[in-house]
Design a protein around this ligand. Structure first.
Ligand code: ACO
Length: 378
């Protein structure tokens, strides 16, 4: 069948059949394997949610224990990867460092035994386990310090926060960070997931799949928006400046970062949960003037753009949470990647189960039958 109608951004075009997650953009509902995100945020952990997304059902307590054990014991990165990362320019963006490091893992494990469940399990465990270590290692090394060894006695999120700060985190901070990872773990056919599926469809290795998705996530219209939100809140600087700032943006037809979504036409349910998490953090560790500016922004944007279905998306409040946890702004998107590797791997497995290589068509609007002009005649 030949469908030749061009749809910019592939809006409304189904690129795959999937049973991993579902979004109802009119009602503001997100489900992972049929379970509402609110329930997972309240009751689950990131690793349990990762298991659910990747293997299709919630693990039994034995299965979860085994999975947690495997991930815990694969956290260390090879010294060659660490040495390679040491050579990266410290001024480089951590997303670029992560993309290069994830791709480099493929140099060690390039055997593409894609029909072997052991190979698949190993790749899942290794990627989930080492990506946080790589993010933390780059953060320390770019400041001239040695990376911190992962702590086997700490859970997934507590260990990551420990590797970043060399301090054992407060339990509430670690739990809130874990919930943030749950919220960012998967989100249907977004740009980076599409990228992962296209790469997976060529039957390359999962490290290339993740590296290609990391590259896609980094852009400011996708995961990179969370960094820009914090920069925007700093630029606005005060509640009084919110309205003039937004009016100026609208006049220039500039996009307001952290707002709008291709699918949600109401407030993103993850933004609601993240706002609540931010409030919990402020209640324990002190308030933040940028939160008050953010709440005022949400009010004014709703007044001005609510009729177009423009509301806060996941990136709007996540930066405030990460900033309060003491995380540097340019690590916000790598943290998004730590979580989303779960969704990419679930889609990688699903793509392999019913693979056909992606090879869309195009609507050619160029010239035909043009004679070659010799260089001296141009
Ligand atoms: N600020 C102001 N106006 C907006 C915004 C925004 N953030 N988002 C959409 N609009 C307006 C557009 O100007 C357009 O108006 P028009 O019809 O009058 O021309 C209309 O809403 C539709 O916008 P599109 O750009 O066509 O929407 P699209 O679905 O292509 O883009 C996107 C979605 C990229 C998320 C967009 O809303 C945006 O750029 N938002 C800001 C960046 C951002 O926060 N990205 C993170 C998204 S969540 C994630 O990826 C994890």
């Amino acid at each position: 069948m030949m469908v030749c109608e061009y749809q910019p951004g592939l809006e409304g075009i189904a690129a795959a059949q999937s049973s991993i997650s579902n979004v109802d953009g009119q009602k503001g509902i997100l489900e992972y394997r049929g379970i509402r995100i609110e329930e997972l945020a309240e009751k689950s952990t990131f690793l349990e949610t990762a298991y659910l997304l990747i293997w299709g059902q919630l693990p039994t307590s034995e299965e979860l224990k085994e999975f947690e054990h495997e991930v815990r014991h694969h956290r260390r990165i090879k010294y060659r990867i660490r040495d390679m990362m040491k050579c990266f320019p410290e001024s480089g963006h951590p997303m670029d460092a992560l993309q290069a490091s994830a791709a480099a893992l493929g140099l060690f494990y390039s055997r593409r035994d894609l029909h072997n469940p052991i190979y698949i399990r190993d790749a899942v465990v290794r990627l989930l386990a080492t990506i946080p270590t790589m993010v933390a290692a780059f953060q320390l090394m770019r400041k001239g310090n040695d990376p911190v060894r992962p702590r086997d006695d700490l859970d997934y999120s507590a260990n990551f926060l420990y590797m970043l700060s060399e301090k054992e985190p407060d339990p509430l901070a670690a739990r809130i960070f874990d919930v943030c990872l749950i919220l960012h773990a998967e989100h249907t056919m977004n740009a980076s997931t599409f990228s992962a599926r296209v790469t997976a469809s060529t039957l390359t290795d999962p490290y290339a799949v993740v590296a290609s998705a990391v590259g896609t996530l980094g852009g400011p219209l996708h995961g990179g928006a969370n960094e820009e939100v914090i920069q925007m809140l700093e630029e606005i600087g005060s509640i009084a400046n919110v309205r003039p700032y937004l009016e100026d943006c609208l006049q220039r037809k500039a996009k307001i970062m952290g707002f709008g979504h291709r699918v949600y036409k109401v407030k993103d349910p993850r933004a609601t949960i993240l706002q609540d998490l931010a409030q919990q953090l402020f209640a324990k560790f002190g308030s933040d003037k940028y939160y008050d500016i953010a709440v005022e922004m949400e009010r004014v944007v709703e007044e001005k753009l609510g009729h177009k279905g423009i509301y806060p998306n996941v990136d709007f409040y996540s930066g405030l949470v990460y900033a309060k946890l003491g995380i540097p702004t340019d690590l916000f998107t790598p943290i998004f990647a730590i979580a989303r590797v779960t969704g990419w791997l679930a889609h990688w497995k699903e793509q392999l189960a019913e693979n056909r290589i992606f090879r869309p068509t195009q609507v050619y609007n160029g010239l035909h039958e043009i004679a070659y002009t010799a260089i001296e005649e141009r």
